[in-house]
Structures are given as C-alpha cells and as structure tokens.
Design a protein around this ligand. Structure first.
Ligand SMILES: [Cu+2]
Length: 138
C-alpha cells in the first residue's frame, strides 16, 4: 500500500514538474502538499517509466509522421481555427513543456474546445512539421 501511494506521489511529482508554471491546471493540482515525499522521489530509482525515452510511434493518421502522445491546456486558436495554441507538458523524446501553436490536421478536431480545456492530444511529427491529429478533453 505504501508503495502504491509512493508511486502515485512520484507520478504526480513528475506531472507537476513537467508542467510549465502558471498553468490553469494549477487550480486542481496546487494543493499538492507533497513536500515530504519530494525528497524520497528525488532519491528513488527512476526505473518505472517505460515511456521516458520512447520515440514516437509511426503515425496512423499521417504516413511518414511519428505520433507522440501529449498533455496540455488549450490557450486559444489562430488562423480561423486551423491552428490551436496549446500549453503542453513535456513530450517525451520530443520537447520540453511550453506554449506554442500547432496546426490541426482538421479544424473539426477542435470543435467544442475552448481556452482553458485540459486535453490529451496526439502530435504527429515529421521533421519540423508538428500537426495535431487527435484531441480529446481530459
Ligand atoms: Cu512545444
């Protein structure tokens, strides 16, 4: 049971660490009084993260691209809804957390989404092309 709780704390700590400061999700995650477990987390072997260095999988939506699962918060839209601005967490094997715009494969993917929505999304990448090919609310 302790191990389970520690694992949860580790996951939470990792999520919080990956999160860019001043995120709206701080509202739900802010009361993390995990200061006591932070030290333990830092010293623990980090062998429980199979996705840590995982490169993207070949994309099903876009041939030649690779898919990276990602988590973020919608900040807005540009280019008549063709570009979504996402404050994304670290994307394993790709980039650190930041706020940036991504082209939507289809603007319809973002129908019903608004600024402030926490989302899981799939980023399909080829060279310097970053395209959101899947989007769902968390
Ligand atoms: Cu980025």
């Amino acid at each position: 049971m302790n191990a389970t709780r520690l694992a949860s704390a580790l996951i939470l700590a990792a999520l919080l660490q990956a999160c860019v400061p001043a995120g709206p999700q701080g509202a739900s995650a802010a009361p993390a009084a995990g200061s006591g477990t932070a030290g333990a987390a830092a010293g623990a072997p980090a062998g429980s993260s199979p996705t840590a260095a995982a490169p993207g999988q070949p994309s099903a939506a876009l041939p030649g691209y690779r898919d990276y699962p990602a988590v973020g918060v919608v900040k807005g839209f540009q280019s008549s809804g063709k570009v979504i601005i996402l404050q994304h967490q670290d994307i394993a094997g790709l980039m650190e957390g930041m706020t940036m715009g991504f082209e939507l494969k289809d603007p319809a993917l973002a129908a019903g989404f608004k600024a402030g929505d926490a989302v899981d999304f799939t980023l399909s990448v080829k060279d310097s092309d970053y395209i959101v090919t899947a989007l769902k609310k968390r």
